[in-house]
Design a protein around this ligand. Sequence first.
Ligand code: ADP
Ligand code: MG
Length: 254
Amino acid sequence: MVKKHTKPIVIKLKELKKRYGIGNAEHYALDGVDLIIEKGEFIAVMGPSGCGKTTLLNILGLLDRPTDGDYLLDGKAVEELSSAHHARIRSEQIGFVFQNFNLVPRISVIENVALPLTYKGMRKMKRLKEASRVLKNFHLQEREYYMPAQLSGGQNQRVAIARALVNNPSIILADEPTGNLDSRASHIVMEELSDLHRRGNTIIMVTHNPKLTTYASRVIHMLDGKIASDTKIPVKDESKTEKIPLGHGRKGKE
Ligand code: ADP
Ligand code: MG
């Protein structure tokens, strides 16, 4: 059966495989994943430890390459693009959020958020101005010159999300973003991700917490490197869903 897609397809995986080890130690972390992701979906990926969630996210984010199968990003076969092109996609189109925040401890919050702009060759003043604008959206402007160690876990994760967003990516990949947070901080972080979803961004988030799937528009369960179930959650009220492109929409709100 041919399924109709009303929105542009951003990600298409066909029979995707990732093998680790050789001979007796051979093991498929991903063992034939077929997946179509439309623009603006908020996908929660669940499944037991070791089932391949991180491997999948790393391949989607071009941090790792599949052993077999196809990955089309915006209709282009990722495999055929040069590593320089991959790097450009990573820095311009994809924002990463990790469980342990991955902030650089020796530099201030604002410098952390400005870091991805360095690779674009943007001047320092401009970088800090951009970082400050994003932090303001996260109500962290008073913390700009704090060091990461001076903030709570929840605040650090919001800084990490701000950093993931500074380049205005269209896809956010989050690997257990609330894994190290208490329930209150988790919900604040989820509200931020939810807000990005409402603005039309595509979000793929790995989580262990079934409660957090309420924020998603689709829940995927993985098992042994395969997709075991894939459920779309009906939109509550489509008319209230505003879709503003990230950076400029945000600017306009100030
Ligand atoms: P999850 O994130 O769902 O816990 P992972 O994607 O991290 O699972 O891992 C899936 C499987 O692949 C596991 O069996 C893991 O041990 C294996 N694996 C992951 N990364 C590597 C690696 N770099 N080398 C060898 N095996 C790996
Ligand atoms: Mg993992």
